[in-house]
Design a protein around this ligand. Structure first.
Ligand code: FAD
Length: 229
């Protein structure tokens, strides 16, 4: 398949929101939480990278949220694309999706790891008032709180959703939570052991959170994770 870049806009320091349109299919169906695989010839060799959809399905369109990795190969290439450019892709892929039967869920993200959660929550919250959802979103600085207004709006509209942003390097005027996501996880969980915990971000964070949950009695089936590296 081929995806055409329709729009690109900056949403944070070195982070952009991309809108693509699938070219050779009448629609692009996926389950929120899934990702696409892009391939391009860079420096003489084909490079493939995965990117999670950041919004629910919408006809032939899909949206991504990308971090420019300064020393990276593929992300700088994508940041240099212009509307109208086309990219080879496959997908959708992945099983980082809400499981059936659905359980109350704690979602833990750092950085662009929040992308699949935006798609999952935008899709799920309006049609599911029977379950509780919490998003613990960790970044360094306040400007890095990607889609902050969207999550705050979701929390206003849906009392069964809590949004807990936390900053590891807050400015002096930040009134919210401080520190890493790990420091707030068990406050969100409380005494519950019947919730699913979804974790998305870089390996270091995911590999730190999983054993903490296991040590607190969580079964591995309740810990669903996606590592970006
Ligand atoms: C299932 C899956 C879904 C993904 N979804 C997204 C997504 O929605 N948005 C996104 O930005 N990335 C996502 N990634 C990461 C993405 O595939 C690339 O690894 C990333 O864009 C870096 O590629 P690169 O070629 O520029 O860097 P490379 O040349 O591959 O350099 C890799 C370096 O970049 C670091 N790195 C990888 N991803 C990130 C990141 N997101 N932020 C900071 N450092 C990173 C690695 O730790 C490593 O040090 C996803 C990865 C997987 C496996």
């Amino acid at each position: 398949m081929t995806a055409k870049l329709m729009d690109i806009r900056k949403i944070g320091p070195d982070v952009c929101h991309f809108v693509f349109q699938v070219q050779d299919a009448p629609t692009f169906a996926y389950v929120p939480g899934q990702f696409v695989s892009f391939t391009a010839e860079i420096g003489g060799s084909p490079i493939t990278r995965a990117y999670s959809m950041v919004s629910p399905p919408s006809g032939r369109f899909f949206e991504l949220c990308l971090n420019r990795v300064a020393e990276g190969k593929f992300s700088p290439f994508l940041f240099d694309r212009k509307p109208g450019d086309e990219i080879e892709m496959t997908g959708p892929w992945g099983s980082f999706i809400f499981r059936q039967p659905l359980q109350d869920s704690i979602l833990v993200a750092t950085g662009t790891g929040v992308a699949p959660f935006r798609a999952m929550l935008q899709d799920r919250l309006p049609r599911d008032t029977a379950h509780q959802f919490s998003l613990i979103f960790g970044v360094r600085y306040e400007q890095g709180l990607l889609y902050r207004e969207d999550f705050e709006e979701l929390a206003r509209r849906h009392p069964h959703f809590r949004f807990w942003p936390t900053l590891s390097r807050p400015g002096s005027d930040w009134k919210g939570r401080r520190g890493h996501v790990q420091e707030h996880l068990f406050e969100a969980i409380g005494d519950r052991r019947d919730v699913n915990v979804f974790i998305c971000g870089l390996k270091a964070m995911v590999d730190d959170v999983r054993p903490r949950l296991k040590a607190e009695g969580f079964d591995r089936k309740q810990i669903i994770y996606e590592k970006y590296d």
